[in-house]
Structures are given as structure tokens and as C-alpha cells.
Design a protein around this ligand. Structure first.
Ligand SMILES: *Cc1c(COP(=O)(O)O)cnc(C)c1O
Length: 395
């Protein structure tokens, strides 16, 4: 049997490669940060991590993790409800709820699991989920696991959301679900308008704050802070794998009864291991640091503003961003790959995206800013973009 299946896989893999879609991984040998080393010996500036607050290798988090290793050991060897809940897990859940101004929090191994396990325990075939077309893959998969009616609206398009809400009046309960920040353009979901429509059409709201938490809003509390509607959305999901230290872990935070029901019925919570205490302890430390000071978020915004204004000044076409994601538009797929290759030769680590990851004819380089970037590193990145542009234009 395997010989036939092997041939099938080999030909599928070859067609992925021919289409130029084969993903190759670059190997980092240093800690994650603004300045990283690769196994090729190259030393590069990193502009494609989700390390928004520069916490991935923060000494205070490393220290908190080491202390928890000593006090709580390595692993829990259990799901939460059997014997996998430590005092640190509870402390982290409380910290997350305080941060977002919500009632309670439930931890998962990843936000992929949080989204995978949020719909099915709450909604049935009598209900409706109204989902933004550009929502993350984990939301799409989570919705698939649930029997609720599915409605989809065009990205951040409020007229279309309204039409879908009208159709969804046929169902019992309605849940609108959206990413806070969309990862390809860096635009935010218009939460004020979404909540208004939710009120008018009797719907609940869920926001995935994975790319927005720690980033947007006056103190980085995400889109509910940006639109001054903290505590209004019934459900928020998010990750510890991006701004909040970047290790592993996800969460759902929101209304008390919703979280309570998820603890009873959410399958990725009930049937998957709890996160290691050292990760939970570094998570608690992360939220302590963010409670004490807004310095990292302020620096992230300063860096983003600086990069966008320098790049715009240098004649680049930047999608209007409301986050730390900056799409440098090149439109042509091959051009985006040429740029990415040449930039890496200049020591700038970025990724070029093209169809089908972004719409056809909208190829781009996605630059992700971090509080860890120094002004000098940002200047180097802009200079490299300018140099690559002139080389490509000369050809
Ligand atoms: C990254 C991301 C996830 C997945 O988070 P993990 O914790 O890495 O599983 C989910 N949703 C969105 C919107 C994301 O950007």
C-alpha cells in the first residue's frame, strides 16, 4: 500500500514545489530577538517574528521560568481537571482577566486550541456564527467543528455584516466572530461598529486578539481598548505565543458562565495537557511587567510610526496599518520573492507573501515591528529596502 501512497505524496509535493509554494524553514541558533544568528553563520535583523513587545528573551521572564522550574518542576503530566491545575495556572488566568477587564479566563495549550474549542460547546444547529472572511485558520476550523449555521461577511465590511445579521435572525443565538488585527494588512476590526450592529441585531461578539493584544490601544489592551469598549465583547481569545513572551499557550477570556461552560465541555481543554508551570509563571511575570509600565507598548508604537514614515518618505507603498504589521506592497509575486532574497543578503530577515496567502496581484513584504528594535536597526532596514529597490529598478 505505502508504495502507491508514497508516489502520490511525491507527486503532490513536486507540484507544491513547482508552484513555488514549498515552505522551507530557516534555522535560528540564537535566542529569538531583534538580532538573531542562523545556522548558516549569518547574523540578521529580524523583522518577521511576532515578538511585538520584545519579550521573547526578556531576562525577567527567563528568571521567572527558572524559578518555577525549581519550585514546581518541569511538567504537569495531566489535563487540568484531573490533576493538572497548579496555583500558577490560576494566577495566570486571573492576570489575563484583569488585563482585558473580563470576568474569567480559561487557558489552553495554544490559541489554535482556544479557537478550536470555543464554538462547539456553546452553540448548536439552532444558532448562527457570523464570521469575517479573513479570520484566522483556527477560527475557521473551530467553526467547522460546530453545527451552528455559518454566515461569512467581507473583511471588516459593516454593510455586509449587517446583511448577514439580517439573515441570521432565523436562528436562536447569534455570535459575530472577528480577528482584532488582520495579519496580512495590519488593519483592525471596527469594534465600535461591530458592537453597535451586535446590539441592534441581538448578537454576541467574539474577538481573537492574537495580533492586537499587547499592540493596539493606548496601553496595548487590544481592540476593545482602542475602541473604548473594554468588557463589552462576550468572548476574547488570544495567544501567549506572540506579544506576551512568545513561548506557548492560549486563552479564552470573557463572561463567567461562558468560561465555566468551556471548562466543562471544551474538548481541547478536557483532553489535552496543561501548559508547563514554568510557562505559566513567565506568563504571570509578563502581565506584571505590563501592569507596571507601558514603556514597551509605547516603544513599539514609536518604532512602527518611525518605520512607516521613513518607508513612505523613501517612496514605498505601505498599506495603512493600525498595528505593528506593515505591508510593503510590491503587487508582483516574483518581485516580492526577489525583494525578500535580496533583503536577506543585506541581513534583513523578512517574508514575502503572494497568492494564495494574499489576493492575486497583491504580493508584498510583511514587516513586523518590535519594541526590541533599536533606532539604528530600523535605519538599517530602511536603508536596505532603498538599496534593494535601486538595484531592482536598475535591472
Ligand atoms: C497566531 C494566531 C493564532 C494561533 O495562536 P497559537 O497560540 O500560536 O496557536 C490564532 N489566532 C490568530 C488570529 C493568530 O494570529
Amino acid at each position: 500500500m505505502y508504495t502507491k501512497f508514497q508516489q502520490h505524496l511525491q507527486s503532490e509535493l513536486a507540484s507544491i514545489e513547482e508552484a513555488g509554494l514549498y515552505k522551507k524553514e530557516r534555522v535560528i541558533t540564537s535566542p529569538q530577538g531583534a538580532d538573531i544568528q542562523l545556522n548558516t553563520g549569518a547574523d540578521v535583523l529580524n523583522f518577521c517574528a511576532n515578538n511585538y513587545l520584545g519579550l521573547s528573551n526578556n531576562p525577567k521572564l527567563v528568571e521567572a521560568a527558572k524559578e518555577a522550574l525549581d519550585s514546581h518542576g518541569y511538567g504537569m503530566s495531566s489535563v487540568r481537571f484531573i490533576c493538572g491545575t497548579s496555583d500558577i495556572h490560576l494566577a495566570l488566568e486571573k492576570k489575563i482577566a484583569d488585563y482585558f477587564g473580563t470576568e474569567d479566563t480559561i487557558l489552553y495549550a495554544a490559541c489554535f486550541d482556544a479557537n478550536g474549542g470555543v464554538f462547539e460547546p456553546l452553540l448548536t444547529a439552532d444558532d448562527a456564527i457570523i464570521s469575517d472572511a479573513l479570520n484566522h485558520a483556527s477560527i475557521i476550523d473551530g467553526v467547522r467543528l460546530c453545527k451552528a449555521h455559518r454566515y461569512r461577511y467581507k473583511n471588516a465590511d459593516m454593510a455586509d455584516l449587517e446583511s448577514q445579521l439580517k439573515l441570521a435572525q432565523a436562528q436562536r443565538f447569534r455570535l459575530i466572530v472577528t480577528d482584532g488585527v488582520f495579519s496580512m494588512d495590519g488593519n483592525v476590526a471596527p469594534m465600535n461598529k461591530i458592537l453597535e450592529l451586535a446590539e441592534r441585531y441581538d448578537a454576541m461578539v467574539m474577538i481573537d486578539e492574537s495580533h492586537s493584544a499587547g499592540v493596539v490601544g493606548p496601553t496595548g489592551r487590544g481592540v476593545t481598548e482602542l475602541f473604548d469598549c473594554k468588557g463589552k465583547a462576550e468572548i476574547i481569545t488570544g495567544t501567549l505565543g506572540k506579544a506576551f513572551g512568545g513561548a506557548i499557550g492560549g486563552f479564552t477570556t470573557g463572561k463567567k458562565e461562558i468560561i465555566d461552560m468551556l471548562r466543562q465541555r471544551s474538548r481541547p481543554y478536557l483532553f489535552s495537557n496543561s501548559i508547563p508551570p514554568l510557562v505559566a509563571a513567565a506568563g504571570v511575570k509578563t502581565f506584571e511587567l505590563l501592569e507596571e509600565s507601558n514603556e514597551l507598548n509605547a516603544r513599539l508604537k514609536e518604532n512602527t510610526d518611525y518605520f512607516v514614515s521613513e518607508m513612505t518618505g523613501a517612496g514605498f507603498d505601505i498599506k495603512p496599518t493600525q498595528s505593528a504589521i506593515c505591508a510593503v506592497m510590491l503587487y508582483d509575486a516574483k518581485l516580492s520573492q526577489d525583494y525578500a532574497t535580496k533583503l536577506s543578503e543585506e541581513g534583513i530577515y523578512v517574508t514575502g507573501f503572494y497568492f494564495p496567502v494574499v489576493p492575486r496581484g497583491e504580493a508584498r513584504i510583511r514587516v513586523q515591528l518590535s519594541a526590541a528594535h533599536t533606532r539604528e536597526q530600523l535605519e538599517k532596514a530602511v536603508a536596505a529596502f532603498v538599496k534593494v529597490k535601486s538595484e531592482i529598478e536598475l535591472k
